[in-house]
Design a protein around this ligand. Structure first.
Ligand code: F6P
Length: 391
C-alpha cells in the first residue's frame, strides 16, 4: 500500500505527533507513506517539480514533541473552499482535476487530511469525487466538530495562555493595574474559558455569552474596593464589543482577520474605571512551541487510528475523541456542527461558582460573595443572572 498525508490550514502543536503515529502504524504494516508539502498545495506540481516526499521512520521518529509541522502548511491558496451559486462549497474543477491526477499518478490508496474546518470541507469535496479520504481534526480553538470532545492543539494553547497569565499577574499586581489579555479561539471561547479558570482570571469574556461592559466595570471597581491589587480580564478574539466584531484589516491583501478587541477594551476600561490598564495580545505564541503531553498522546493516537481506518477501508470518515476512546464519524458529521461553549454548561457554571464574571449580569457584591463561600454561615441565595439585551 502507498498512502498519503497532508496538513492544511493554520498549524497547531501536535501535527508532528499525528504524522509520527501515522507513519509508524503504516510501516508496521509494510506500507509506504508520502507526505505532501504546504497543505493541499502539495498536490499541485509546480513547473513539473514535485511537492511531496517519502516519509520514512527515520524522518518521523520522535518528532511528536516538536511544534509546527515538518510538512509545512498554508491557510491560503488554491484549495480554499467557496460557497457556489447553489449554496454548496466548491473548489475550482481545474484544481480538483490536477489533485486527482497527482493522487492517481502516485498510486495512492488513501489520503489523510489533518485540518481545521475549511480543510475538512475540502477533504469532504475530495471524498465526494470518489477519492479515499480520511480526516483528522486539528485546531487550537477546539471549535471543530461537535462529535469530538477535544481537538489536539487546544490543551497546548491553554497551557501557554495559563502560563502567560501567571506571568502577567505578577506585573499587574506590582503596578495595581487591570490587564486585558486577548486570546485566540476564532468565534469560540474555549481557550479563554479554560485558561481563565486555570489562571484564576477575574473576568472571562467569550463570544457565546454576550457581555455588558458596565457589568465588567462594576466588577473591577468592586474587587478593587476590597483591596485586590490586580485585575485579570481574559477576552476571546471573537467577542462582540457593543455589538461589533473587531477585526484587523489588511487593505493591501483585502483580507480581514479577528483581532484588536484587547486594545479597544483596555482603553474603555481605563476610561470607565479610572484605573491604569494595559493589554497583551498573546497571538501566535498560542499556536507555537512543543505540544503538551496530552496533545502528543492524542496526536499519535489519531495518526495510528487513521491507518486502522484505511486498513478497514472506512473512507470518508474522520477520527474523533469520545470520552477515553478514539472513535469515528463521517466527514459530513465532522464538518456539520462546530463546537461552541454552551452558556448553561457545567464548566461555565463552575467558573461562575469560582467567582469568574462573564459580564452578562451584574457582579454580586463582595459581601454576598464572601457569605456564600464562608463555611460556617448559612448559604446565601445566588443572584439570578438575567440575560441583558444588546448595548
Ligand atoms: O488556528 C486558528 C486561529 O488560530 C484563529 O484563532 C486565529 O484567528 C487564526 O488562526 C489566525 O490565523 P493566521 O495564521 O492566519 O494569523
Amino acid at each position: 500500500m502507498i498512502i498519503g498525508i497532508l496538513n492544511s490550514g493554520g498549524d497547531c502543536p501536535g501535527i508532528n505527533a499525528v504524522i509520527e503515529g501515522y507513519v509508524a502504524a503504516a510501516y508496521s504494516r509494510g506500507w509506504r507513506v508520502i507526505g505532501f508539502h504546504d497543505g493541499f498545495e502539495g498536490l499541485l506540481p509546480v513547473d513539473g517539480g514535485r511537492r511531496y516526499e517519502v516519509l520514512n521512520l527515520n524522518k518521523t521518529h520522535k518528532i511528536r514533541s516538536i511544534g509546527g509541522t515538518i510538512l509545512g502548511t498554508t491557510n491560503t491558496g488554491n484549495f480554499n473552499v467557496h460557497m457556489n451559486k447553489v449554496g454548496r462549497y466548491s473548489i475550482s474543477p481545474d484544481i480538483m482535476a490536477k489533485a486527482k491526477k497527482t493522487i492517481t499518478a502516485l498510486g495512492l490508496q488513501a489520503l489523510t487530511v489533518i485540518g481545521g474546518g475549511g480543510s475538512a470541507k475540502t477533504a469532504k469535496l475530495l471524498s465526494e469525487e470518489g477519492l479515499p479520504v480520511i480526516s483528522i481534526p486539528k485546531t487550537i480553538n477546539n471549535d471543530l466538530c461537535s462529535a469530538s470532545d477535544y481537538t489536539f492543539g487546544f490543551q497546548s494553547a491553554v497551557e501557554v495562555v495559563s502560563e502567560s497569565i501567571d506571568r502577567i499577574r505578577t506585573t499587574a499586581n506590582a503596578h495595581q493595574r487591570i490587564m486585558v489579555i486577548e486570546v485566540m479561539g476564532d468565534l469560540s471561547g474555549w481557550i479563554a474559558l479554560h485558561s481563565g479558570i486555570s489562571s484564576s482570571a477575574d473576568v472571562v469574556l467569550i463570544p457565546e455569552i454576550e457581555f455588558d461592559l458596565q457589568n465588567v466595570v462594576d466588577c473591577v471597581k468592586q474587587r478593587k474596593a476590597t483591596g485586590q491589587r490586580e485585575i485579570i480580564v481574559v477576552v476571546a478574539e471573537g467577542c462582540r464589543l457593543n455589538g461589533d466584531i473587531i477585526t484587523i484589516h489588511n487593505k493591501d491583501k483585502g483580507d480581514e482577520r479577528l483581532g484588536g478587541i484587547g486594545n479597544r477594551l483596555c482603553h474603555l476600561l481605563e476610561e470607565m474605571t479610572g484605573i491604569e490598564t494595559r493589554y497583551c495580545v498573546l497571538g501566535h505564541t498560542q499556536r507555537g512551541g512543543s505540544p503538551c503531553a496530552f496533545d502528543r498522546i492524542l496526536g499519535v493516537r489519531f495518526g495510528v487510528e487513521a491507518v486502522k481506518l484505511i486498513e478497514r477501508k472506512e473512507f470518508g470518515t474522520s477520527v474523533v475523541l469520545k470520552g477515553p476512546k478514539v472513535g469515528t464519524v463521517s466527514i459530513d458529521e465532522a464538518v456539520a456542527k462546530p463546537r461552541f461553549v454552551q452558556p448553561d454548561s457545567q464548566i461555565v457554571q463552575t467558573a461562575r461558582d469560582l467567582g469568574i464574571i462573564f459580564g452578562d449580569c451584574p457582579p454580586k457584591p463582595a459581601a454576598t460573595a464572601a457569605a456564600e463561600t464562608a463555611p460556617a454561615q448559612a448559604p446565601a441565595k445566588a443572584t439570578k443572572c438575567k440575560k441583558k439585551s444588546k448595548a
